[in-house]
Design a protein around this ligand. Structure first.
Ligand SMILES: [Zn+2]
Length: 223
Protein backbone atom coordinates (compact mmCIF):
# COMPACT_ATOMS: atom_id res chain seq x y z
CA UNK A 1 0.00 0.00 0.00
CA UNK A 2 3.03 2.24 -0.35
CA UNK A 3 1.43 3.91 -3.33
CA UNK A 4 -1.16 5.42 -1.03
CA UNK A 5 1.27 7.21 1.19
CA UNK A 6 1.48 10.25 -1.05
CA UNK A 7 -0.82 13.06 -1.90
CA UNK A 8 -3.76 12.14 0.22
CA UNK A 9 -5.61 14.98 1.71
CA UNK A 10 -5.43 14.77 5.48
CA UNK A 11 -8.33 16.80 6.74
CA UNK A 12 -7.00 16.30 10.20
CA UNK A 13 -4.01 17.26 12.28
CA UNK A 14 -1.21 15.27 10.68
CA UNK A 15 0.27 18.22 8.87
CA UNK A 16 -0.23 20.43 11.88
CA UNK A 17 1.99 18.11 13.84
CA UNK A 18 4.57 18.23 11.06
CA UNK A 19 4.40 22.02 11.14
CA UNK A 20 4.93 22.08 14.88
CA UNK A 21 7.91 19.76 14.52
CA UNK A 22 9.31 22.08 11.88
CA UNK A 23 8.85 25.02 14.16
CA UNK A 24 10.90 23.35 16.87
CA UNK A 25 13.65 22.29 14.50
CA UNK A 26 14.02 25.46 12.51
CA UNK A 27 13.41 28.04 15.18
CA UNK A 28 13.61 31.69 14.16
CA UNK A 29 14.22 31.00 10.49
CA UNK A 30 10.98 29.10 10.32
CA UNK A 31 9.02 32.02 11.73
CA UNK A 32 10.47 34.40 9.17
CA UNK A 33 9.48 32.12 6.29
CA UNK A 34 5.96 31.84 7.64
CA UNK A 35 5.45 35.55 7.04
CA UNK A 36 5.64 35.23 3.28
CA UNK A 37 2.03 34.80 2.29
CA UNK A 38 2.64 34.97 -1.45
CA UNK A 39 4.33 31.60 -1.51
CA UNK A 40 1.23 29.99 -0.08
CA UNK A 41 0.88 26.22 -0.24
CA UNK A 42 3.39 26.12 -3.04
CA UNK A 43 6.07 26.75 -0.48
CA UNK A 44 5.48 23.18 0.59
CA UNK A 45 6.77 21.80 -2.70
CA UNK A 46 8.59 18.55 -2.09
CA UNK A 47 6.97 17.67 1.21
CA UNK A 48 5.22 14.34 1.45
CA UNK A 49 1.73 15.42 0.54
CA UNK A 50 2.43 15.82 -3.11
CA UNK A 51 2.99 19.43 -3.98
CA UNK A 52 4.33 19.67 -7.52
CA UNK A 53 2.98 21.04 -10.80
CA UNK A 54 1.74 19.41 -13.96
CA UNK A 55 4.57 18.44 -16.26
CA UNK A 56 5.54 20.79 -19.03
CA UNK A 57 3.54 23.84 -20.01
CA UNK A 58 0.43 24.26 -17.88
CA UNK A 59 -1.84 23.60 -20.91
CA UNK A 60 -5.39 22.39 -20.56
CA UNK A 61 -6.56 19.89 -17.98
CA UNK A 62 -10.05 18.50 -18.24
CA UNK A 63 -11.25 16.64 -15.16
CA UNK A 64 -13.27 13.67 -16.43
CA UNK A 65 -16.14 12.90 -14.08
CA UNK A 66 -16.87 9.18 -13.70
CA UNK A 67 -20.58 9.01 -14.39
CA UNK A 68 -20.78 5.55 -12.85
CA UNK A 69 -19.65 6.51 -9.36
CA UNK A 70 -20.43 10.23 -9.18
CA UNK A 71 -24.14 11.03 -8.85
CA UNK A 72 -25.58 13.04 -11.73
CA UNK A 73 -26.95 15.45 -9.13
CA UNK A 74 -23.35 16.35 -8.32
CA UNK A 75 -21.87 16.75 -11.80
CA UNK A 76 -22.29 20.51 -12.01
CA UNK A 77 -20.99 21.08 -8.50
CA UNK A 78 -17.97 18.91 -9.23
CA UNK A 79 -17.31 20.83 -12.42
CA UNK A 80 -17.51 24.08 -10.47
CA UNK A 81 -14.90 22.74 -8.07
CA UNK A 82 -12.36 22.19 -10.82
CA UNK A 83 -13.41 25.43 -12.46
CA UNK A 84 -12.29 27.47 -9.45
CA UNK A 85 -8.76 27.26 -10.77
CA UNK A 86 -9.52 27.98 -14.39
CA UNK A 87 -7.70 30.93 -15.90
CA UNK A 88 -5.18 31.38 -13.09
CA UNK A 89 -1.59 31.71 -14.29
CA UNK A 90 -2.52 30.31 -17.67
CA UNK A 91 -3.95 27.11 -16.20
CA UNK A 92 -7.06 25.92 -18.02
CA UNK A 93 -9.17 23.73 -15.75
CA UNK A 94 -12.45 22.36 -16.94
CA UNK A 95 -14.59 19.26 -16.53
CA UNK A 96 -16.32 16.77 -18.79
CA UNK A 97 -18.15 13.49 -18.39
CA UNK A 98 -15.99 10.42 -18.63
CA UNK A 99 -18.31 8.46 -20.91
CA UNK A 100 -15.97 5.52 -20.76
CA UNK A 101 -12.95 7.57 -21.80
CA UNK A 102 -10.42 8.13 -19.07
CA UNK A 103 -8.26 11.21 -19.24
CA UNK A 104 -5.11 12.46 -17.59
CA UNK A 105 -7.27 13.90 -14.80
CA UNK A 106 -10.19 11.90 -13.42
CA UNK A 107 -12.77 12.13 -10.64
CA UNK A 108 -14.31 9.07 -8.98
CA UNK A 109 -16.15 8.17 -5.81
CA UNK A 110 -15.16 5.09 -3.83
CA UNK A 111 -15.18 3.59 -0.33
CA UNK A 112 -11.99 4.85 1.31
CA UNK A 113 -12.16 2.29 4.10
CA UNK A 114 -12.01 -0.59 1.62
CA UNK A 115 -8.69 0.77 0.32
CA UNK A 116 -7.26 1.39 3.77
CA UNK A 117 -7.39 5.14 3.25
CA UNK A 118 -8.18 7.57 6.07
CA UNK A 119 -11.82 8.47 6.62
CA UNK A 120 -11.62 11.88 4.97
CA UNK A 121 -13.93 13.26 2.26
CA UNK A 122 -11.38 13.54 -0.54
CA UNK A 123 -7.98 12.26 -1.65
CA UNK A 124 -5.86 13.17 -4.65
CA UNK A 125 -3.15 11.01 -6.18
CA UNK A 126 -0.72 12.49 -8.67
CA UNK A 127 1.23 10.20 -10.97
CA UNK A 128 4.29 10.28 -13.18
CA UNK A 129 4.19 9.48 -16.91
CA UNK A 130 4.21 5.73 -16.18
CA UNK A 131 1.21 6.01 -13.86
CA UNK A 132 3.30 5.46 -10.75
CA UNK A 133 2.17 7.55 -7.79
CA UNK A 134 4.70 10.31 -7.60
CA UNK A 135 7.67 9.72 -5.38
CA UNK A 136 9.21 12.42 -3.31
CA UNK A 137 10.77 14.68 -4.24
CA UNK A 138 9.32 14.74 -7.73
CA UNK A 139 9.48 17.77 -10.01
CA UNK A 140 6.19 17.29 -11.78
CA UNK A 141 3.34 14.92 -12.53
CA UNK A 142 1.61 13.78 -15.72
CA UNK A 143 -1.65 12.38 -14.33
CA UNK A 144 -3.95 13.13 -11.44
CA UNK A 145 -6.94 11.36 -9.95
CA UNK A 146 -9.33 12.73 -7.35
CA UNK A 147 -11.44 10.40 -5.22
CA UNK A 148 -14.47 11.31 -3.09
CA UNK A 149 -15.42 9.09 -0.17
CA UNK A 150 -18.77 7.48 -0.95
CA UNK A 151 -19.39 6.64 2.69
CA UNK A 152 -19.88 10.37 3.38
CA UNK A 153 -23.12 12.25 2.74
CA UNK A 154 -22.69 14.73 -0.10
CA UNK A 155 -24.54 17.95 -0.84
CA UNK A 156 -24.31 20.93 -3.15
CA UNK A 157 -25.40 23.56 -0.62
CA UNK A 158 -22.03 24.32 0.96
CA UNK A 159 -22.59 22.35 4.16
CA UNK A 160 -19.62 20.56 5.73
CA UNK A 161 -19.50 18.73 9.05
CA UNK A 162 -16.62 16.45 9.94
CA UNK A 163 -18.27 14.63 12.84
CA UNK A 164 -21.44 13.79 10.92
CA UNK A 165 -19.48 13.08 7.71
CA UNK A 166 -21.26 15.63 5.54
CA UNK A 167 -19.39 17.34 2.74
CA UNK A 168 -20.06 19.86 -0.02
CA UNK A 169 -19.07 18.66 -3.48
CA UNK A 170 -17.75 21.97 -4.82
CA UNK A 171 -15.67 22.73 -1.72
CA UNK A 172 -13.99 19.32 -1.61
CA UNK A 173 -13.45 18.96 -5.36
CA UNK A 174 -12.08 22.51 -5.45
CA UNK A 175 -9.63 21.68 -2.67
CA UNK A 176 -8.58 18.42 -4.29
CA UNK A 177 -8.23 20.10 -7.67
CA UNK A 178 -5.75 22.43 -5.99
CA UNK A 179 -3.71 19.36 -5.04
CA UNK A 180 -3.93 18.16 -8.62
CA UNK A 181 -2.54 21.50 -9.72
CA UNK A 182 0.39 20.98 -7.38
CA UNK A 183 -0.47 22.79 -4.17
CA UNK A 184 -0.17 21.49 -0.63
CA UNK A 185 -1.88 22.73 2.53
CA UNK A 186 -0.51 26.14 3.55
CA UNK A 187 -0.17 24.88 7.12
CA UNK A 188 1.85 21.84 6.07
CA UNK A 189 5.23 23.49 6.39
CA UNK A 190 4.75 26.69 8.31
CA UNK A 191 2.43 28.48 10.66
CA UNK A 192 -0.30 30.09 8.61
CA UNK A 193 -0.77 33.81 8.43
CA UNK A 194 -2.47 36.47 6.36
CA UNK A 195 -4.91 35.02 3.84
CA UNK A 196 -3.83 31.41 4.24
CA UNK A 197 -6.48 30.40 6.81
CA UNK A 198 -9.30 31.27 4.39
CA UNK A 199 -7.66 29.72 1.34
CA UNK A 200 -9.27 26.79 -0.46
CA UNK A 201 -6.09 24.86 0.24
CA UNK A 202 -6.51 25.17 4.01
CA UNK A 203 -8.44 22.00 4.85
CA UNK A 204 -11.15 23.33 7.13
CA UNK A 205 -14.73 22.13 7.06
CA UNK A 206 -16.17 25.37 5.78
CA UNK A 207 -17.82 26.31 2.51
CA UNK A 208 -15.26 27.51 -0.06
CA UNK A 209 -16.54 28.13 -3.52
CA UNK A 210 -13.81 30.46 -4.74
CA UNK A 211 -10.04 30.52 -4.49
CA UNK A 212 -8.45 33.50 -2.73
CA UNK A 213 -5.28 35.53 -3.18
CA UNK A 214 -3.26 32.95 -1.31
CA UNK A 215 -4.35 30.09 -3.58
CA UNK A 216 -3.57 32.25 -6.60
CA UNK A 217 -0.18 33.11 -5.14
CA UNK A 218 0.59 29.42 -4.87
CA UNK A 219 -0.25 28.75 -8.51
CA UNK A 220 1.79 31.74 -9.58
CA UNK A 221 4.87 29.99 -8.21
CA UNK A 222 4.27 26.99 -10.44
CA UNK A 223 2.83 28.29 -13.68
ZN1 LIG B 1 -5.86 18.57 1.17
Amino acid sequence: MNRFTFSWCAWQTLFLRIAIAGLVLLGTTFVVVSRDEKLAGAWCTGLVGGANPWVGPSANHTMRIDNASISSAHWVAASNGAGMWNGVSGLTYGAAMMNGVYGDFNLYATNFGSWGWPNVPGITFNYDSAWNVESWPDPSHAYSQIFLNNTWSWNTSGYLNQSSKNADVTTVVGHEAGHSAGLNHPGACHVMCCNEPTSVMNPTYTKKWAINSDDIGGLNVFY
